[in-house]
Ligand binder design. Structure first.
Ligand code: XBP
Ligand code: MG
Length: 234
């Protein structure tokens, strides 16, 4: 029986990466006087590393080896904190919208009293500002909002999903996860949660083996359809 829906945020509920997080990283680099710039294609490759701070560290290790090893952690932490401020400003200025079908599906689940949760790798501040700007009612819709602060081991580690399951008090097979990326899918599956994929331009060609279904977006997806997909694995 399906007792809860667990949503990823970045790439799933909203297209946040190309015009949100990527731009915010570049603003933080420019502000710090660094000559780094992540274009759309390069950022797509960098998304293989989950977590913004981890992504910056990975970039330093490959492209900025002149930064002394002893300074890298602190630099990545500082840049990431500034990046979060730039991201919040971008969202507040209306640059980021929800993806098709997401608001309606969340609303339907809320109306049907099907519990909702969030399992994301991003920081809590980013989730709060996104909901405040795009879906003000949403803050009270989610029984659990689990973010980087709750689960430091980033996807594909299942930690954030395990945290959500514990907080919901549910078994993995009583839930359905909704993810946009292979990393997210692997995290949810590693926690034992049946998962549907809703892809975007960055993730379309990734390996979604194990997903119940792979969709272009959530437009037209109904609650009965979600129940049917979930029932198909049991
Ligand atoms: C999202 C991430 C995050 C964002 C940037 O993955 O990996 O790192 O790209 O946000 P998922 P932060 O959608 O699988 O949760 O800079 O706050 O990490
Ligand atoms: Mg995602």
């Amino acid at each position: 029986m399906l007792r809860a829906l667990i949503f990823d945020v970045d790439g799933t509920l909203a297209d946040t990466e190309r015009d949100g997080h990527r731009v915010a990283f570049n603003r933080a680099f420019a502000e710090a006087g660094l000559p780094w710039h992540w274009d759309v294609a390069r950022y797509g490759k960098l998304l293989a590393v989950a977590g913004g701070r981890e992504r910056i560290l990975h970039f330093i290790e490959s492209d900025a080896t002149e930064i002394p090893v002893a300074q890298r952690d602190a630099l990545a932490r500082d840049l990431h904190a500034r990046k979060t401020e730039h991201y919040k400003q971008l969202v507040e200025s209306g640059e980021i919208n929800l993806r098709p079908g997401t608001a309606r599906l969340l609303n339907d689940a809320w109306a049907a009293e099907l519990p909702l949760a969030i399992a994301t790798t991003t920081s809590r501040a980013n989730v709060d500002v996104l909901f405040a700007r795009t879906l003000p009612a949403a803050a009270e819709w989610f029984e659990v909002i689990a973010t980087a602060e709750d689960a430091p081991n980033k996807k594909p580690d299942p930690q954030v999903y395990q945290y959500v399951l514990e907080r919901l008090g549910l078994q993995p097979d009583e839930c359905l996860a909704v993810e946009d990326s292979a990393l997210g899918l692997r995290a949810a599956l590693a926690a034992g949660i049946p998962t549907i994929a809703t892809v975007n331009d960055y993730t379309r060609d990734q390996d979604f083996t194990g997903a119940l279904v792979v969709l272009n977006d959530l437009n037209g997806v109904s609650l009965p359809q979600l129940h049917a997909w979930h029932a198909s694995v049991l």
